[in-house]
Ligand binder design. Sequence first.
Ligand code: IPE
Ligand code: IPE
Ligand code: MG
Length: 252
Amino acid sequence: MAQKELLNQIDPNRIPEHVAIIMDGNGRWAKKQGFLRIFGHRQGVDTVRNVVETAAEMGVKYLTLYAFSTENWNRPKAEVNALMQLLVDSIKKETPRLMQNGIRLETIGNVEQLPAGCNKTLTETVEATRNNTRMTLILALSYSGRWDIIEAVRKIAMDAKKGLIDPESIGEADLNAALNTANYPNPDLLIRTSGEQRISNFLLWEIAYSEIHFTNVLWPEFSTDDFYKAILDYQGRERRFGKTGDQIKQVV
Ligand code: IPE
Ligand code: IPE
Ligand code: MG
């Protein structure tokens, strides 16, 4: 009932084209129930499936999920290994559903750092889903915003060294094109769960003008309703991009 009411309040013509999510709080959720952290990650996969399908139903075109950061490599080895195993198992298991739902899978991040088996499974699913057009699901894996910016700067510097680009002419478009996110629009809405109000090295360049929604809900408990609430919060914002409110309303 409540779900239907929330959905009715959403303006179908103003659905964010790109939603990015920092899925946080798996460990705390597990601890709360007296379980090991990995149990929280497992439960988090169910939330991922639900959010992916809800986003696609609503007409979101790009959904970027922060699944593993560059800094997450510093976690205990057992947790990192368990996360990698969970990643392979989940991708394999979910590929048929991605196909059924018309969802294309892509990745951003230093995926070469992932175990070979993980990389292989990811490549296979990216390949299998490449002609799906309903929504693009982008998994950020071994990703950090600073890593991507450094890689992009290195690429541009190499091109300059080869004489392919004039350093004087370097602009925003060159950096946009050199980033892992080159093929996607910038996120309209960034969601972070678990009550933390920080970016943790996620899409640093790309979120320059994203609306940010923080919720205290832990990722394994993040429901369809919570996703609707985030969209409603977004729709209540006035995106000014540096202009005045009157300019946005075209009163001028
Ligand atoms: C997010 O949950 C998942 C990953 C970072 C892989 P956490 O594992 O960070 O959970 P908390 O923040 O410790 O509760
Ligand atoms: C951010 O969560 C990374 C992912 C969700 C993959 P963290 O749990 O790693 O972030 P911090 O350490 O609390 O900033
Ligand atoms: Mg965390």
